[in-house]
Design a protein around this ligand. Structure first.
Ligand SMILES: NC(=O)C1=CN([C@@H]2O[C@H](COP(=O)(O)OP(=O)(O)OC[C@H]3O[C@@H](n4cnc5c(N)ncnc54)[C@H](OP(=O)(O)O)[C@@H]3O)[C@@H](O)[C@H]2O)C=CC1
Ligand SMILES: CC(=O)C(=O)O
Ligand SMILES: [Mg+2]
Length: 646
C-alpha cells in the first residue's frame, strides 16, 4: 500500500527551479515509485516529481531530470482525512497511484489556502517553518477559541442571509474551522447553511456571488466537459451533487443560481457524514432558465436563454455522466438534486444501471419519511399496513415516498406490491389521482391511479379516504388549512401530519398550526425546522423530516464499501437504521427523529447498515469486509480538528 500523507507541505517556492527538497510523509514506503503532482498556490498544476524507492532510500526526480534525496518522515501521525486516502490507496491494489495530488503552500499563500489555513492557531514552530512570521499578530489561540469567537460573530447578525454569507466566507478562508463550527453547533447552523436560508441564498445568488465554490457546466462547455472537470483542483472525487436548478426546493426554476444547493448538500456530506471535503464536488448544469425574472436580472450569473430540452439536454447530461466516470472511475457517487420531475425520473432510470447514482428527492426523502413513520407507529400503534396514507403532491418526493412505503408494506406482509399501493392515495394540482385520469398522467403517477371517484379538493379527499397519515410534498405553502387539519383530527386520535415542502415559506402548514388545529394531538414533522410550540401549557417539539438525515450516512456507506450501485434495499436499510436511533428519551419528548446534534453517530450507523447491505447484495468492491462496520464508519470520518504541520 502506498500512502502519501495529504497535508504535505512544501517549504519553498516551487517544484521546478528550487533546490530545496520536498518534505514527504509516507505511511509506508512505496514499493517502487510514485508520481507526485503538485497543486496549489504558486504552482504549475502539471508540475510533478517522481519518488523512487531504491532499497528504502527515497529519491525525488524532478521533471527537469535533476534528483535529490527526499526528506521522509516514516512515522507520521495519521488522523482524520488522511485515513480515507489510505483506503483509496489500498483499493488500488498496491498499484502505483499516479498522479498523486499534494497540497503545497507556505507563507502568505498558506494563509489564503482554505484547506490548510489555521489563522491565529498556527503555533510558534509552524510560524517559523512556513514563513508566517510577521504575517500574523503575535497571539496564538486554539481552534476551540476560534470557534467561540466565530459563533459570537455569527450570532450578532440578525438577518439569516448575513449569517449564510459569513459561513460561506469562513468556508473560503479556513475550511477546518468552518466544519468544526458546523459540527459543534449543528442544530443552530443547519438552518443557516441549509434550508431555509440556502433557498434565499439561491434566489439572490447572483447578487451575493463572490467566489465559485463548485463547477459550472453550461451548454457552452458542450464537447469539453472532460477537460472542464480537470479544471477542478481536486482529482480524488468521491461524491458529486449535481443540479440543473429547475426545481430548487419549493422555489421553482432558479437556473444557474441553484448552485447553492449542491454546495450546501456537500457541506452536509462532510459535517454530518464525515466525507472529506476534498472528495466532494458541487456541480451545476446550466441549460438556461425559464424564470423570466432571472432572465431580466442584470446580476443573473447563468446563461440568458430559455431551457434546452429534448436531445440538446440529454446530450449534455450524457456527456457529463460519461466524463465523470472517465475522470473519477465507476465508484464516484453522483447525487441528483432538485431536477424537475420530468427529467429526474428519467435520469435515475437511465443511469441507475451504469453509474453509482442516487436521487435525493425521490429516494433520500423516501428513506427519511419511512423512518419517521416507523418511529411514529411506536406512538400511534399498528403496523404500516394498518394505516392509510394521503399525499398532497405527486411528484418526486410524493411518489418516491409512496413507493418505498408500499415496498416496505409488501416486504412486511408478503402482500403483492400492487395491493400495498392501494393503501396510498395522492393528490396533485388537478385533484385526486384516479383511474379515470390514467391516460393523461405522467408515468410515475400511473401506479397510483386507483378506482375512486374524482375529487378536486384536499379536504374532500381527507374526508373521502379517511387517512391516518397526511403528507405534504406539493411545494406550496399553507395548503394544509385549518379545515384540513381539523378533518384529520376528527378522524384520528393521533393524526400523523408531515409538511415536507421547503423552505419554511412553502411548508404545507406550520408546527403551531398543526398542534393548535389538532388540539395538541398531531404527530408533526416538517422539511424545514420549526421552533418548539407551547400549546395549553405543554411544549411540543416538531421533528425535521429532511433527507439530510439520510444522504450523508448513505453516501459514506457507499464509499466505504466501494459500492458500485445503489439498491432500494439500501434505502430501506438506511431508513431502519435511522428509526433505530430514536431513543425512549426522544419518544418521551414527543420526538420521532433523533436530534441532529447526534448526527455523526447516526450517520455512522446508517453508513454501516448501507455498507452491510452492499456486501450482502454483492455490490461492494472494497474487500475484505471490515468486521465492525460502525467502528469502521467512525474511523473513516473526516475530523476537522487542525493537524500539526510539525
Ligand atoms: N423534506 C425533504 O426532505 C424534502 C422536501 N421536498 C420538498 O417537496 C416539495 C416538492 O418537491 P418534488 O416532489 O420534487 O416536486 P415536484 O414538482 O416533483 O412535485 C410537486 C407535486 O405537487 C403538486 N402540486 C403543486 N401545486 C399543488 C397544489 N396547489 N395542490 C396540490 N398539488 C400540487 C404537483 O402537481 P402536478 O403534478 O399536477 O403539477 C406535483 O405533483 C418541494 O417543496 C421540496 O422542497 C423535496 C425533497 C425532500
Ligand atoms: C430537502 C430537499 O432535498 C428539497 O427540499 O429539495
Ligand atoms: Mg432536494
Amino acid at each position: 500500500m502506498i500512502s502519501l500523507h495529504r497535508s504535505c507541505f512544501l517549504n519553498n517556492t516551487g517544484i521546478s527551479g528550487s533546490s530545496s527538497p520536498f518534505s514527504y510523509k509516507l505511511k509506508k514506503l512505496p514499493p517502487a515509485s510514485v508520481k507526485v503532482t503538485a497543486l496549489g498556490p504558486n504552482r504549475d498544476r502539471n508540475s510533478s516529481v517522481l519518488i523512487e524507492n531504491n532499497n528504502n532510500s527515497l529519491k525525488e526526480i524532478k521533471e527537469d531530470g535533476t534528483s535529490s534525496v527526499a526528506d521522509v518522515d516514516p512515522n507520521p501521525t495519521v488522523t482524520g482525512e488522511d485515513r480515507d486516502l489510505y483506503y483509496d490507496a489500498a483499493a488500488s491494489d498496491d498499484q502505483l497511484v499516479t498522479p498523486w495530488s499534494l497540497s503545497v503552500a507556505s507563507g502568505y499563500s498558506l494563509l489564503r489556502d482554505p484547506h490548510h489555513n489555521k489563522g491565529l492557531a498556527f503555533n510558534e514552530k509552524e510560524r517559523d517553518s512556513y514563513y508566517l512570521r510577521g504575517l500574523l499578530p503575535p497571539t496564538v489561540i486554539s481552534q476551540e477559541l476560534q470557534v467561540k469567537k466565530m459563533m459570537c460573530s455569527i450570532r450578532q447578525y440578525q438577518v439569516p442571509l448575513q449569517k449564510y454569507m459569513a459561513m460561506m466566507d469562513l468556508q473560503e478562508l479556513n475550511e477546518r474551522l468552518f466544519y468544526k463550527l458546523l459540527i459543534d453547533n449543528v442544530e443552530e447552523l443547519l438552518p443557516v447553511v441549509y434550508t431555509p436560508t440556502v433557498g434565499e441564498a439561491c434566489q439572490k445568488y447572483g447578487s451575493i456571488f463572490r467566489r465559485p465554490q463548485g463547477l459550472f457546466i453550461s451548454l457552452k462547455e458542450k464537447g469539453k466537459i472532460h477537460e472542464v472537470l480537470r479544471n477542478w483542483p481536486q482529482r480524488d472525487i468521491q461524491v458529486i451533487v449535481v443540479t440543473d436548478g429547475e426545481r430548487i426546493l419549493g422555489l421553482g426554476d432558479l437556473g444557474c443560481q441553484g448552485m447553492g444547493i449542491p454546495i450546501g448538500k456537500l457541506s452536509l456530506y462532510t459535517a454530518l457524514g464525515g466525507v472529506r471535503p476534498s472528495a466532494c464536488l458541487p456541480v451545476t448544469i446550466d441549460v438556461g432558465t425559464n424564470n423570466e425574472q432571472l432572465l431580466n436580472d442584470e446580476f443573473y450569473i447563468g446563461l440568458r436563454r430559455r431551457r434546452a430540452t429534448g436531445q440538446e439536454y440529454a446530450e449534455l447530461m450524457h456527456e457529463f455522466m460519461n466524463a465523470v466516470k472517465q475522470n473519477y472511475g465507476e465508484k464516484v457517487l453522483i447525487q441528483f438534486e432538485d431536477f424537475a420531475n420530468h427529467n429526474a425520473f428519467d435520469l435515475l432510470a437511465k443511469y441507475g444501471t451504469t453509474h453509482l447514482v442516487f436521487n435525493d428527492d425521490i429516494q433520500g426523502t423516501a428513506s427519511v419519511v419511512l423512518a419517521g413513520l416507523v418511529a411514529a407507529l411506536k406512538v400511534v400503534g399498528g403496523t404500516l399496513a394498518d394505516h392509510r396514507f394521503l399525499f398532497l403532491g405527486a411528484g418526486e418526493a410524493g411518489t418516491g415516498i409512496a413507493e418505498l412505503i408500499a415496498l416496505e408494506i409488501s416486504k412486511q406482509t408478503n402482500m403483492p406490491l400492487e395491493e400495498a399501493r392501494k393503501k396510498i392515495s395522492l393528490v396533485d394540482s388537478k385533484g385526486l389521482i384516479v383511474k379515470s385520469r390514467i391516460d393523461s398522467l405522467q408515468h410515475f403517477k400511473k401506479p397510483w391511479a386507483h378506482d375512486h371517484e374524482p375529487i378536486k379538493k384536499l379536504v374532500d379527499a381527507v374526508n373521502g379516504i379517511k387517512p391516518t397519515v397526511l403528507i405534504g410534498t406539493s411545494g406550496v405553502g399553507r395548503t394544509f388549512t385549518k379545515e384540513v387539519v381539523e378533518a384529520m383530527a376528527a378522524l384520528n386520535e393521533k393524526p400523523i401530519i408531515f409538511s415536507l415542502s421547503n423552505p419554511t415559506s412553502q411548508s404545507e402548514c406550520t408546527a403551531e398550526e398543526a398542534y393548535t388545529w389538532s388540539q395538541g394531538r398531531a404527530i408533526f414533522a416538517s422539511g424545514s425546522p420549526f421552533d418548539p410550540v407551547e400549546y395549553k401549557g405543554r411544549v411540543f417539539v416538531p421533528g425535521q423530516a429532511n433527507n439530510a438525515y439520510i444522504f450523508p450516512g448513505l453516501g459514506l456507506g457507499l464509499i466505504m464499501s466501494g459500492a458500485i450501485r445503489v439498491h432500494d434495499d439500501m434505502l430501506l436499510a438506511a431508513s431502519e437504521a435511522l428509526a433505530a436511533q430514536v431513543t425512549q428519551e426522544n419518544f418521551d419528548k414527543g420526538l420521532i427523529y433523533p436530534p441532529f446534534r447526534n448526527i455523526r453517530k447516526i450517520s455512522a450507523h446508517i453508513a454501516a447498515s448501507v455498507a452491510a447491505k452492499a456486501y450482502e447484495l454483492g455490490l461492494a468492491t472494497r474487500q475484505p469486509q471490515p468486521k465492525d462496520l460502525v467502528k469502521y464508519a467512525e474511523h473513516c470520518m473526516y475530523n476537522p480538528a487542525y493537524q500539526s504541520y510539525r
